[in-house]
Ligand binder design. Structure first.
Ligand code: PMP
Length: 463
């Protein structure tokens, strides 16, 4: 990492030219960027030649890691040569889009009727929000429009999807959430359960809270509920076993649509092809992105079931058309790369590999649970979170102003691990191709970073 920005360096050019997402601009001006120059399997290298194990698969997306994959490069090249752009507006179509839509419908965890392509997870969730309105207008229920997501949810950053997101950074100073978006209890047992509350009781309470919110607002005003199977960017939160069963019963009782955000969990992350299968979800709509193309080309999609499609079709037919669509939605080059990525996953049986090495990641990380700083280790398949605590016995977190999370981030960097420390939770979501030996290397390095953080906390008098 460039700690001081040398004049005329690449880092200086970056500081002068780019506004970085999810970055503190003041710190960035002082320290400059870490410039990643190449990748190799689960490893990436920065401009100083230092190698890091990429514990988050970029942004939870590079299922195939960071090596040049000739087949994917070829798929993009061939599609560029054959037809570099086309779109599905106004009755047009292209073959990679048709084939990818068929493939997604074949793979879907519950019967789905149609696929609407976009380029990002935010766009897919935004499209879901718009079709929910369109659907209820079609059914003559203009008052049934509010949507519920959860505290610590992550569903995107457009005005509407940042509103669905349940994180203060995404709301504060953006004047969000917009009206009509509500946040119910987050199913984070470790953090939000009462001291003696079992997982089962906590799951019941979460469902009761949802029921109470629906009753307070009026069931006829609530259109949909959004949920990630495992909450990712909110801190890798795995719900208690019976949580979704209880939540779905509430939704069915009040005729509320269920949107499963599979942007992180889809395509093998949780040890099954879909997070919906890991947790028994039966959604009306599913959003996918990220691993659909191993993150190599921007592409996302909304899958909708026949009930929603039928109402949307009737409404759009009546008013003349569906007035929604993105220039780059279902871009043919992205579709071609996604199709090839899915073919590679199938040929290499990558989801089975993830299901096989996933328990090793979980077991190895759980060996850290005895560390004086580790409050909880949680996860399923190849997604995991390790939460640190100042007072382990009482589950007391550090005060964010004490900087323990930032220190942990610095020590992970020193030991050559890239991950994200969300609040005080280290998130792990490595490329699905990761081997047992690479998992061992990663966890050993994380253990060293924790030891260094412990020493730092003691030196700072925080413990
Ligand atoms: N949903 C989930 C579960 C996500 O994790 C993300 C991105 N991290 C999004 C939606 C938004 O996707 P994008 O950044 O592609 O807009």
């Amino acid at each position: 990492m460039t700690l001081a920005v040398r004049p005329n360096s690449t880092a200086a050019r970056d500081v002068r030219s780019q506004l970085h997402p999810y970055t503190n601009p003041v710190a960035h001006e002082a320290q400059g960027p870490q410039i990643i120059t190449r990748g190799d399997g689960v490893w990436v290298e920065d401009e100083d030649g230092k190698r890091y194990i990429e514990g988050l698969a970029g942004l939870w997306c590079t299922a195939l890691g960071f090596s040049a994959e000739d087949r994917l490069a070829r798929a993009a090249y061939d599609q560029m040569k054959a037809l570099p752009f086309y779109h599905p507006f106004g009755h047009k179509a292209h073959v990679p889009g048709i084939t990818l839509a068929e493939r997604l419908l074949d793979m879907a965890p519950v019967p789905m009727s149609k696929v609407f392509f976009c380029s990002s997870g935010s766009e897919a969730n935004d499209t879901a929000l718009k079709l929910i309105r369109f659907y209820n207008n079609a059914l003559g229920r203009p008052e049934k429009k509010k949507v519920i997501s959860r505290v610590k949810a992550y569903h995107g950053v457009t005005l509407a999807t940042a509103s669905l997101t349940g994180l203060p950074f995404n709301h504060r100073d953006f004047d969000l959430p917009i009206p009509g978006v509500l946040h119910t209890t987050c199913p984070h047992h470790y953090r939000f359960a009462a001291p003696d509350e079992t997982e089962e009781d906590f799951a019941t309470r979460c469902a009761d809270d949802l029921e109470a919110m629906i009753q307070a607002e009026g069931p006829d005003t609530i259109a949909a509920f959004f949920a990630e199977p495992v909450m990712g960017a909110g801190g890798v939160i795995v719900p208690p076993p019976t949580y979704f069963e209880k939540i779905q019963a509430v939704l069915r009782r009040h005729d509320i649509l269920f949107v499963a955000d599979e942007v992180i969990c889809g395509f093998g992350r949780t040890g099954n092809p879909w997070g919906c299968q890991t947790f028994g979800l039966e959604p009306d709509m599913i959003t996918v992105a990220k691993q659909m193309s191993s993150g190599y080309m921007p592409i996302s999609a909304l899958l909708l079931n026949e009930k929603i499609y039928a109402a949307v079709r009737d409404n759009a037919g009546r008013i003349g058309m569906l007035g929604h669509g993105y220039t780059y939605g279902g871009h043919p080059v992205s579709c071609a790369v996604a199709l090839e990525a899915l073919a590679i996953y199938a040929e290499r049986d990558l989801f089975t590999h993830a299901a096989t090495v996933g328990p090793h990641l979980q077991a190895r990380l759980r060996t850290l649970a005895d560390h004086p700083l580790v409050g909880e280790v949680r996860g399923v398949g190849l997604i995991a979170g390790v939460e640190i605590a100042r007072d382990k016995a009482n589950r007391q977190p550090f005060d964010p102003s004490q900087g323990a999370g930032l220190a942990l981030g610095r020590f992970l960097h020193k030991h050559g691990v890239i991950t994200r420390v969300i609040g005080e939770t280290m998130a792990f979501s490595p490329p699905l191709i990761i081997s047992m030996a690479e998992i061992d290397t990663m966890v050993d390095r994380v253990a060293s970073a924790l030891d260094d953080t412990l020493a730092w906390c003691r030196a700072e008098g925080l413990l």
